[in-house]
Design a protein around this ligand. Structure first.
Ligand code: SGN
Ligand code: CA
Length: 533
């Protein structure tokens, strides 16, 4: 077999077994434990509790259990649909321009207060495990074990307070290792204190590498393409046309879909991407690699042998199916491991006095508009899944359509812990929604702002406002002198056009609605002191 390197790195074996011993309930009843589980790029379309057709073919029983025993948020959103900005919103309760983390790389203003620090000062034992991603040390945590940057699916390396700044590789699959570490934290916690544990998974981030036991899962399932897969972006501003995130053109057979055998001409991927995939595969132990090849090699060779005879459409279909299968295989492991974590909390007698939150750092396109990735203010990436289980305050089976955003998590956790929210924090506690009623004065719109341009996937900068029914988006780009190079608006009626295909901006009959949304947008820009748009 080609391209196999000996597995030469030092590996620390970690037991994947949960040895949870039953213990007493948490002694500090007034302050609940907080278990916040956040995946990376998990679409609400692939969670069966949300009822989308894809998820019917690949159900998520453990996430559904959290929803059935708690609350499903049907209108949960992020402020800036990208990893580090989303994590900064979580930690600070501030919008991106307030916390500094506007784009993917550097940015976080680490002088801002993280909610973990406040919990720590108010009796909590705090921990974060998995993807941290921001370019500052985890702040306000008694314990952390975090992966480097995006982390790796197989045998990832973790940094803790003890490893003196070094990342140490461990043997196993990221989703399992992150869960095991979380369970170990729970088992070894200081039982005189409440705890707050952030479980930040790497999966299902690109390039969607499934766990060994699920490499064949869904092989015979044909996943339906969304109705907007062949969207031609007619009626839209230029960014929908000029993005670089289509399954057809951007998604690569080698790096994304892991056909490393495809090395002949024409070039199917950039050399850098091919090398990255080989590095991913070379991280595996010989046994992991053998299992991987046993599942993929024959199927990959079938493609390699047929590719010259395939039509363009057949090839795009093949890509879509491989994408969906690998993504959903990653989700299967996530769902299993959430089940393992819930079982641990149950065995520890902690289920009643713990709020369990499940969410993602943003949504993701499962082929809608022809895309993968995120970034746009369109629904699939602006929305994020959100489920909360907390039997003390939330009745089983509650659903809410209140508009909520990721800047609300920090204030929620502080309010549950009985800690006063700092005045500067922009988000709002979600606790008033827990009884299933939306308070009369609940917010009626949300502000969104995306800044990461120019950058990978080439989505232009934009900000916008969304009410329960309408959405106004303003795409912009300015030259050095501050003159607009791009200045274009889109307006959608989400009730009559949930797929956002029909841009109504400037259309007769929408003058009043446009003026109302524009006023809301201007208010946000002014109130929040937004400095570019
Ligand atoms: C990487 C991915 C991108 C992705 C960003 C941000 N490329 O750069 O596809 O949009 O992360 O993702 S990859 O070649 O490294 O897979 S995020 O979830 O961290 O925001
Ligand atoms: Ca992400």
């Amino acid at each position: 077999m080609k391209h196999i390197n000996k597995f030469s790195l030092a590996i620390i074996p970690t037991s994947l077994l949960c040895s949870c011993n039953a213990t007493q309930d948490n002694p500090t009843d007034a302050q609940p434990n907080i278990v916040y589980i956040m995946t990376d790029d998990h679409s609400f379309q692939t969670i069966s509790a949300y009822g989308h057709p894809i998820s019917k073919l690949a159900p998520t029983p453990n996430i559904d259990r959290l929803a059935n025993e708690g609350m499903l948020f049907e209108q949960a959103f992020v402020e800036n649909s990208l990893s580090t900005p989303s994590r900064a919103c979580l930690m600070t309760g501030l919008y991106s321009h307030q916390n500094g983390q506007r784009r993917l790389g550097a940015g976080i203003d680490s002088t801002k207060t993280f909610f973990s620090e406040l919990l720590q000062q108010h009796n909590y034992q705090t921990a974060v495990v998995g993807k941290w991603h921001m370019q500052c040390e985890p702040k306000g945590f008694d314990y952390y074990s975090v992966v480097y940057d995006q982390g790796d699916y197989y045998n990832p390396a973790f940094k803790t307070k003890e490893t003196k700044g070094q990342y140490v590789q461990e043997e196993g699959y990221a989703t399992n290792l992150i869960t095991t570490k979380s369970i170990e934290f729970i088992e070894n916690r200081d039982k005189d204190k409440p705890f707050c544990l952030l479980v930040h998974h790497k999966a299902p981030h690109r390039n969607w590498m499934p766990e060994e036991k699920y490499l064949d899962l869904y092989e015979d399932v044909e996943f339906p393409k969304p109705s907007t897969f062949y969207d031609d972006y007619a009626t839209r501003c230029s960014p929908a046309h000029t993005q670089d995130m289509t399954v057809d053109k951007t998604m690569t057979l080698i790096y994304d879909l892991k056909v490393h055998e495809l090395t002949s001409t024409p070039p199917y991927d950039k050399e850098w991407n091919w090398k990255t995939l080989i590095k991913d595969l070379d991280r595996m132990t010989p046994q992991q690699r053998e299992n991987w090849e046993a599942a993929y090699h024959a199927k990959n060779m079938e493609l390699v042998n047929n590719i010259k005879n395939m039509s363009h459409e057949e090839l795009v279909d093949w890509k879509f199916q491989r994408y969906m299968k690998d993504y959903l295989r990653c989700i299967k492991s996530i769902d299993d491991e959430i089940g393992r974590l819930i079982a641990c909390l149950e065995e520890q007698g902690l289920l009643d006095n713990t709020i369990i939150v499940y969410t993602s750092d943003q949504g993701f396109y499962m082929g809608e508009h022809g895309w993968f990735d995120k970034r746009f203010m369109y629904e699939e990436s602006f929305r994020t899944p959100l489920v909360m289980r907390y039997p003390k305050a939330i009745k089983a089976g509650t659903r809410t359509n209140a508009l909520v955003q990721n800047i609300d998590y920090a204030p929620t956790f502080l309010s549950l812990a009985g800690v006063e929210k700092p005045e500067a924090m922009s988000g709002t506690s979600l606790e008033p929604l827990f009884d299933g009623e939306k308070p009369q004065d609940w917010r009626t719109d949300l502000y969104y702002h995306y800044y990461d341009y120019p950058a990978i996937h080439q989505v232009n900068r934009h900000d916008g406002v969304r009410t329960e029914r309408y959405k106004l988006i303003h795409f912009y780009d300015k030259d050095k002198a501050g003159e607009y190079k791009l200045n274009c608006n889109e307006l959608y009626d989400l009730q009559s056009d949930p797929n956002e295909l029909n841009n109504l901006y400037g259309k007769a009959g929408y003058e009043e609605i446009t003026a109302d949304l524009q006023k809301r947008l201007d208010n946000y820009r002014q109130k929040l002191k937004v400095d570019e748009y």
